[in-house]
Design a binder for this molecule. Structure first.
Ligand code: ZN
Length: 72
């Protein structure tokens, strides 16, 4: 038996013990989820005008520069 398979057996046994008091992993958000829908005419958090009247400048000049949102 290799060290790796011995470690794996130890890992599986330890996990089996842990699962007796934690149960299986929780998945999901705990409530019914729906696809996220973003309206293009939602109000801008900065100026309040519709977002589809704005311009997004992604990395102006250099990849290290942050993207900018230009309000109309
Ligand atoms: Zn705006």
């Amino acid at each position: 038996m290799t060290d790796r398979s011995r470690f794996w057996r130890f890992y599986e046994k330890a996990n089996a013990v842990v699962r007796t008091f934690t149960g299986p992993a929780d998945i999901g958000a705990g409530h019914a989820e729906e696809p996220e829908v973003r309206r293009p005419d939602a109000a801008c958090p900065i100026c309040g005008k519709p977002m589809n009247t704005h311009t997004v400048v992604r990395h102006p000049g250099d990849i290290r520069e942050p993207s900018r949102l230009l309000c109309p």
